[in-house]
Design a binder for this molecule. Structure first.
Ligand SMILES: [Zn+2]
Length: 269
């Protein structure tokens, strides 16, 4: 599943291509056709992301709510738009660009109050200027759940996925099995500040890099990581490999339905 930086990047890409224009909206696959008919020719006035949720604003009153889920894909291309292939749920097209959305979990026309209800049930998003990290901290300090599971809970903090949670815990030497209530305010501050920086860099580069300058392939004289997720990381999908910092073996285990990765030596209980 894409992490929050991907969705914020998509919000920027939709805005760059369509903001202030009146795109044609169609649903070649059919499911979104009634809403596309209502929206076609309306001005795209705003785009926004909150965690893994993408919002496209038309006029002042209509929002498309998109959640990619595990299989959703967005592809941009230059005009003229080709005939749609596969199951395109939503195509927007203007005189310069088209964009196809395929296979999302959610693609729905919603009202401003419905949009607000989605914001209300999500935790603060490190990529949003209006985020309140204390809101997440209050939930974490009340919880006996592991910090690794809490970081994946979108009601606690929005946009963090499996890669960022593993990497930020490594970067701060925090055992992923520690209970939320045992995370100190200073540790939470450091985690939040780091997520803000790392995730903004993720939006800029459209990939996740988390290693400090002294641990890049160039600095360490090691080959770059080969992985379809791209990016240089400390622990994510590095089970069995040596830790870039201590040389010990990176471990993996299932937690909160996803694989957790950590270095037991650098992240002691
Ligand atoms: Zn280590």
């Amino acid at each position: 599943m894409p992490e929050g930086h991907t969705i914020h990047r998509l919000a920027q890409d939709y805005a760059a291509a369509f903001l202030g224009t009146h795109p044609r909206a169609t649903s070649p696959q059919g499911t979104f056709a009634p809403a596309a008919t209502l929206l076609t020719g309306a001005e795209l006035t705003r785009t926004e992301a909150h965690g893994k949720h993408l919002f496209l604003g038309f006029r002042d009153t209509d929002w498309i709510h998109i959640h990619l889920g595990l299989f959703g894909k967005v592809t941009f291309g230059p005009a003229p738009e080709p005939p749609p292939t596969g199951t395109v749920r939503l195509r927007l097209a203007n005189d310069t660009t088209y964009v196809d959305l395929r296979g999302p979990t959610t693609c729905a026309l919603i009202t401003p109050p419905e949009k607000q209800a989605i914001h209300d049930r999500l935790g603060p998003d490190p990529l949003r200027g209006d985020a309140d990290p204390d809101r997440a901290h209050r939930r974490i300090t009340r919880s006996r759940t592991t910090i690794a599971a809490l970081l994946m809970d979108q009601k606690v903090i929005a946009g963090v996925g499996n890669v960022y949670r593993a990497e930020v815990l490594f970067r701060h030497g925090i055992d992923p099995y520690r209970a939320g209530k045992d995370i100190t305010p200073a540790e939470w501050d450091a985690i939040w500040t780091d997520l803000v920086d790392l995730m903004h860099e993720g939006v800029r580069n459209n990939r996740i890099d988390t290693v400090r300058p002294e641990h890049t392939p160039e600095a360490m004289g090691r080959p770059p990581r080969v992985d379809d997720h791209g990016g240089e990381v400390y622990v994510y999908r590095r089970a069995g490999l040596p830790c870039h910092v201590c040389g010990g073996e990176i471990r993996t285990a299932g937690l909160a339905a996803r694989n957790l990765f950590w270095c037991p030596a650098c992240q002691r209980p």
